[in-house]
Design a protein around this ligand. Structure first.
Ligand code: ADP
Length: 646
């Protein structure tokens, strides 16, 4: 044990493990396949990073999101640990070097996307690597029952055939229903003596509230004004992020907006400003928050309904990572209920529509039938949707379905400089220049500006080239793309745009078959999750925390005592105990002036514990407030957020 303790202290500077971390690590050290179910913020990364360092050799980490991988790799590197990534969008030569380093260069962690682990090259080279542990992050992605199924995850188990039999697999996730849990164990082919560790998903410091609200913006303003710490407001559309932010600005509340359509630099700037508390509230779509580890988020408000309890639990769970009291409030209007039904409908466009979108994408990118395998086409979904008069969300979901059936792939943008390499011999290139005189200029410019283009992928700067050539940047990109189509060069454009590729080459639309598994069955499950979400919102008599925990398979969760349902129930318990009378007394006493808690309790006639119960409820309901001196006062009616209930 001292070994792993020392590693924790040496590399992370922490002196003790969090609950279950040590058990999980020990199970991995005993070479057992291990399933770790820990809530967000539970410290999953350390569960595989520490034993990997203790074992030595290479830990293969399979993770679904490039941004997360990059984040973790830079964390590890900053601690002096050798870590690399291998993701889609990398050129074969970059991959070659990375794999070589993993086999012979002492790399300790290789983060790889699930698509990559099944590639022929990777599998061949894997045999040479000193792998001692395989970690599968966000393991719920392996399950068709889960809300974020990624088909390439299903092939991870094939790695076992290529690795020594005693290399353990550890799977980690923060959202797993019992069906998903069983699926993970099966699909990763866990060996018989595997161990499962599950930390309750109960979040004792979180108060869940569901509020039907006609004036949701006003409610957020009230919440922001009475809360000191940071907050997140999740909305369902990019347009709305701006709308709510503008409203908050008019009310002089510090806020900013965030969605996936912003360029990477502004996303990063906005995120940093919020993390450093220079901006109080981030109004965002669900693109915000994954991998962010901010401790002092005091509230997460959902304006409208998320698609599933899984998504809600993850997003709401970003409040109160510091274990101090925090609020998870879901504000909705009756129209949001039907809105959710429509949006789940929208996630599954008609099959004919999906095919038409596929055709339009191929036309847009000018890919002929059979062509396009292994080419990356930068793809701006909003430009495309506008040009073909299509709904952007429908396009997004159609691509997602086509992706599941492997007709297209849409890689995340990789934030790196554009790269070019010449793929012809000097002689061939010369002949090409003669035959294509209009490209002669750009080829000469490239050769002059960047020596070594024949041997390596070289980072280029289109702006500089444009300045030198005296033409717009877009013309440079067009020229380079044309050269790439003619196989003169490999051109990896700067990764601010995602890239579409056609793994099997462009298909003829009449040949496209959308499988039942990826369409009908997914639709049924999405509908089930939506119904669970609707139930969560509509119910007004079950403890919110209990409902969520039961959904995640916890058999007998306790009542939280702090959600809207529990508070209402506490209140009615108290009304038997003359809640109204005590509350009236408090109001009258405080009308004379503010008081500290002890004096206030003494002044109220009746049993002390009844008085304390009432005070607690009034404070939680926002009717009693405490000023900076620690004295209580009664909210004036005109400022009172809950005046309608008075
Ligand atoms: P998860 O992936 O489960 O959401 P992370 O692995 O990102 O959580 O960990 C959340 C935060 O908790 C990180 O900042 C991590 O460094 C910190 N952390 C993890 N384990 C410990 C520990 N034993 N002591 C103190 N901090 C820890």
């Amino acid at each position: 044990m001292t070994d792993i303790q020392q590693i924790l202290t040496k590399y992370w500077g922490y002196n003790r493990f969090r609950p279950l971390q040590e058990d999980i690590i020990q199970s991995i050290m005993d070479e057992k396949d291990t399933l770790a179910l820990l809530p967000t913020g539970g410290g999953k990364s350390i569960c595989f990073q520490v034993p990997a360092l203790a074992k030595g050799g290479l830990c293969l980490v399979i993770s679904p999101l490039i941004a997360l991988m990059k984040d973790q790799v830079s964390h590890l590197k900053s601690r002096g640990i050798k870590a690399e990534t291998m993701v889609s969008g990398m050129h074969p030569r970059e991959i070659d070097i990375t794999l070589d380093n993993c086999a012979y260069g002492g790399v300790q962690f290789l983060y790889v996307s699930p698509e990559r682990v099944t590639g022929r090259l990777f599998r061949e080279r894997l045999k040479k690597m000193p792998v001692t542990l395989v970690a599968v992050d966000e393991a719920h992605c392996i399950s068709q029952w889960g809300y974020d199924f990624r088909p390439p995850y299903l092939r991870i188990a094939e790695l076992r055939e290529l690795l020594p039999a005693d290399v353990p697999f550890v799977a980690l996730t923060a959202t797993a229903t019992p069906a998903v849990e069983t699926d993970i164990v099966q699909k990763l082919a866990f060996r018989k003596n595997f161990r499962t560790f599950r930390k309750s998903f109960e979040r004792k410091n979180l108060s869940y509230q569901v509020v039907k609200e006609e004036d949701p913006y006003g409610r957020i303003v009230q919440l922001a004004r009475k809360t000191d710490g940071s907050g997140i407001v999740y909305v369902r559309s990019r347009r709305r992020t701006k709308e709510v932010t503008a409203y908050l600005h008019r009310m002089e509340i510090s806020a900013d907006y965030y969605h996936a359509g912003l360029d990477p630099q502004s996303r990063d700037d906005k995120q940093q400003a919020w993390i450093r508390n220079r901006c109080q509230i981030m109004v965002a779509t669900n693109a915000f928050g994954m991998g962010i580890d901010k401790p002092n988020v005091r509230f997460v408000v959902h304006l409208g309904l998320p698609d599933s309890p899984e998504a809600y639990f993850q997003e709401a769970g970003r409040a109160g990572r510091d274990e101090k009291k925090a609020l998870a409030m879901l504000l909705y209007m009756p129209s949001d209920l039907s809105g959710l039904q429509n949006s789940v409908q929208q996630m599954f466009p008609e099959k004919e529509k999906i095919k038409r979108i596929y055709q339009a994408i191929c036309n847009h990118l000018q890919v002929a039938t059979g062509a396009g395998a292994n080419v990356l086409y930068p793809f701006d979904i909003s430009v495309f949707s506008k040009k073909y008069d299509l709904d952007i969300l429908e396009v997004f979901h159609a691509i997602k379905i086509l992706k599941l059936d492997n007709y297209v792939d849409l890689s995340e943008p990789v934030d790196a400089a554009s790269k070019v390499q010449i793929e012809m011999s000097h002689h061939q290139l010369y002949s090409y220049q003669i035959a294509h005189s209009q490209s002669d200029g750009i080829i000469k410019l490239l050769l002059r500006s960047y020596p070594g283009l024949y041997d390596n992928l070289i980072a280029i700067d289109e702006w500089k080239l444009a300045r030198r050539a005296g033409i717009p940047r877009s013309s440079i990109s067009n020229h380079l793309q044309k050269l790439a189509r003619h196989k003169v060069i490999t051109y990896l454009p700067q990764g601010s745009l995602p890239c579409i590729s056609f793994p099997m080459g462009r298909a003829d639309v009449s040949q496209i078959r959308i499988s039942k598994m990826n369409y009908l069955e997914r639709k049924e499950r999405a509908t089930d999750r939506m119904n669970a979400m609707l139930q969560y919102v509509k119910s007004d008599h079950k403890c919110r925390s209990q409902m969520l925990l039961r959904y995640f398979g916890e058999p007998d969760p306790p009542r939280c005592g702090t959600c809207d349902v529990c508070l209402e129930r506490n209140k009615s318990d108290l009304s038997n105990l003359k809640f109204g009378e005590v509350s009236e007394q408090i109001k009258n006493i405080l009308a004379e002036g503010t008081l500290d808690l002890t004096t206030l309790v003494h002044k109220v006639a009746g049993k002390t514990d009844h008085t304390i119960k009432v005070i607690r409820w009034l404070a939680e309901a926002g009717k009693l407030k405490c000023n900076t001196d620690g004295n209580y006062y009664w909210y004036k009616a005109k400022e009172d957020p809950d005046k309608k209930e008075n």
